[in-house]
Design a protein around this ligand. Sequence first.
Ligand SMILES: Cc1ncc(COP(=O)(O)O)c(C=O)c1O
Length: 569
Amino acid sequence: MPTAHPPSDARPDLSVNPIFTRQPMHIPRYRLPDGELDADVAYQIVHDELMLDGNARLNLATFVTTWSEPQARMLMAESLDKNMIDKDEYPRTADLENRCVHMLADLWHAPDPEHTIGCSTTGSSEACMLGGLALKRRWQARRKAAGKPADTPNLVMGANVQVCWEKFCRYWDVEMRLVPVGPDTTGLTPERAVEHCDENTIGVVAVLGSTYDGIYEPVKEIADALDKLEADTGLDVPMHVDGASGGFVAPFIDPDLEWDFRVPRVKSINASGHKYGLVYPGVGWLIFRDASKLPEDLVFSVNYLGGAQPTYTFNFSRGSAMIQAQMYNFLRLGRSGYTAIVANMLANARHLNQSLEASGKFEILNPGLAEPVVTFKLKGDPGFDVYHLSARLRENGWIVPAYSLPPDADDVKLMRIVVLAGGIGGARFLLGVRAHAKTIGAEVTAIVNVGDDVWMHGLRICPDLDSVMYTLSAFRRRVASGGREVEVDLPAGQARWVSAQEHVGENIGGTDSSGLDFALAAFDRHRRDRGGRGRRALVLGAAARPGPARFPPRRLLRAATGCCSGLTG
Ligand SMILES: Cc1ncc(COP(=O)(O)O)c(C=O)c1O
């Protein structure tokens, strides 16, 4: 919402000449022009203006998706004219939204995912506010039923929450109980959460993927502490999990982590489809544990579009393209595709962490990497600060934000790189491997990470040992491996994922080939198990860094260390 003319240009007119070699003309900058413009000229003016924006691929500040497959873009273009609120007119769109809701309810372990309730939103902010509103209404209903006052609600959350929660509290007259963070933690802890609760607490918000540093707050432990509070005092405080980023990360990379509806105290969860859900900006999700957690008086039904349609949103009209794109991703990737992509982003984040540390100039703040968010500060006192470095990087096109941790921990000045897929080549490769293996009657015994994306595109699927050997030796010199072997059962069954990701980067171009040795051993085993008949057995792949990353990490590292040297000099 612009509230003032941007100070960057106080001139009232935009000069169109001489750019378009037309008659000189001026068009007003802040007033609706009196006349019309040629369509091409209007397009060019806006287009050229946008060229001065930052480059999305180098925007390492945002959690939001900056790349999408062409097929998803195609679907979005086809849906641009469909208003998602016109559910009677576009029943299939409404159905797709509904199916996304149930898929997420299932992914997040709702007790009865087929019958639970939820909605799409413009993003996590709207989802958080709608979730907060449901908490407030349920608390008010309980208080009124008990004949108690219901006019001083409060919401308990860490001081590290995203601004949407502060907005929620201010817009809906809820006291914001911000629990201080630091010095030994950057998020909400069970003890501090409980200390801040009382009979007016409408809920506790736990964040899965803190905006500041990507940490997961301990949802289960906070719930356990609230269980104890209830046992001791009778106070029954529900939880909402803000999984804006983690909601699309944890289920794939950390499936045993209990942060979702497996924890009975968690009544609602939000996530941004446009973050690790991998859709362009404009979609979020809110899912309730079960239908009873959404008070009926918050649901509106309108009939003026034909048919009675219940809605729980702040908006009325909204584009539906992002919903189509979300469903596309769900179908396209499935669990294994999302898992491959998240694993890859984490590998990239780990690589960045290690390389930044190794440069000797930076201190890594979050080596654990719950999600692919790299945070670091400057080592020692190099004579400049993170704000200088951020500005210098910006001059070079890189957008890496510098900021401080929340109050009480704000002496820490840090920078953050959100690693996101710039492509899903790796997942595409894995899916392609499977599909191809099926058509040639091969069985996938191992998928080996052997290098970066450049090489991935060169790999072939090998139907027999000879060509496997040929391909292996052809790539032997370029293989990145020798790392810790991590085995993950891919849900589809046969495939095994052998990861050399820990060492990707350093070893590219090296000769170490233990990943390949593993693949060959797997192949031999397979053949042995089949009495030597397993000709069509091994499929090897490369997914260490699938697809173009959002940014070329090595170039970023060079820029970061180069800027440090420039600032020192
Ligand atoms: C933890 C958290 N919650 C909520 C939001 C708001 O999400 P959105 O941008 O989808 O509205 C963000 C955005 O970064 C976030 O990190």
